[in-house]
Design a binder for this molecule. Sequence first.
Ligand SMILES: NC(=O)c1ccc[n+]([C@@H]2O[C@H](COP(=O)([O-])OP(=O)(O)OC[C@H]3O[C@@H](n4cnc5c(N)ncnc54)[C@H](OP(=O)(O)O)[C@@H]3O)[C@@H](O)[C@H]2O)c1
Length: 299
Amino acid sequence: MILVFGGNGQLGRELARAGAAAGVPLVAMSRSEADIADAAAVRRALATHKPQLVVNAAAYTKVDLAETEVQAARQGNEIGPTLLAEACAELSLPLIHISTDYVFDGTKAGPYVESDPVAPTGSYGRSKAAGEAAVRAASLRHVIIRTAWVYGAFGNNFLKTMLRLAASRDELRVVADQRGCPTSTADLADAILSIAPRLIAGPDVWGTYHFAGSGVTTWHGFATRIVAAQAPLTGRNPRVTPITTAEYPTPARRPANSALDCEKFARVFGIRARPWEDETDRITRAVVGAQLGKAAHVA
Ligand SMILES: NC(=O)c1ccc[n+]([C@@H]2O[C@H](COP(=O)([O-])OP(=O)(O)OC[C@H]3O[C@@H](n4cnc5c(N)ncnc54)[C@H](OP(=O)(O)O)[C@@H]3O)[C@@H](O)[C@H]2O)c1
């Protein structure tokens, strides 16, 4: 049985959906059911459900607000993962912990590999990097999966923001000088569920991995794809104008390049995410279809 913390987030909800679809015994606990920064709540959850594997999909994910809500970011991304990893280690339970491309500073020319040094540019990235370090220190039986630019059918994300703007504006101005790998929660959830039996069996695959949508684009490229995919369904076709980061100032500085090299994950587990374009088209159609009240099911 797999126990998921952060069960009400984008990834947590997708894991619950994918687990149910695949017949995998899985319980996803929301923050109100189990706060990972509450050691007693974590222990209670582990004692109640007696999982064979724990997935930490809980996180503080507000990248800009983290610049001012530094303590809240630490609570969700460092203190919580520390307590969770310690509790898992006490029970010799394998832990999958999700981290982010924003642990990197973006100055590398090509995609980042797992051994590249972390150098976060903001408070969110710093808290996530600290969380990774805490998980490594607390528990040997961990797999840290760094992912990126996460979107899906559940929760709030860039894709849904672009759909909302496309419905009401004739022009979308989107940053074209930050590169990364859009990752669907469906791909990530499928990958997690696929590697779960292997981790429960307990071979020496512990460590840090990158897993993100295949291919690299910019926020502008991502937005252009989303708008093109929704146009035939909505009849809306706004212009998507490339702008620079300097033209769209945000409280948090984001890496200019946070593309992730996912070869290690593919080599060890034999799994690669689908091309980001295909997943963007598929999820866009599913989300718009659901919004339009048409039959839409994210397979
Ligand atoms: N979103 C992205 O673009 C992105 C990119 C790279 C990596 N990631 C990583 O991917 C993972 C999943 O992200 P996501 O997009 O699914 O995030 P999300 O939609 O923001 O969901 C995170 C969930 O964690 C919950 N949570 C926060 N603090 C908690 C705590 N102390 N105890 C229990 N639950 C807590 C949140 O609950 P509340 O809403 O009640 O606070 C929320 O339901 C995270 O590790 C994130 O850092 C995300």
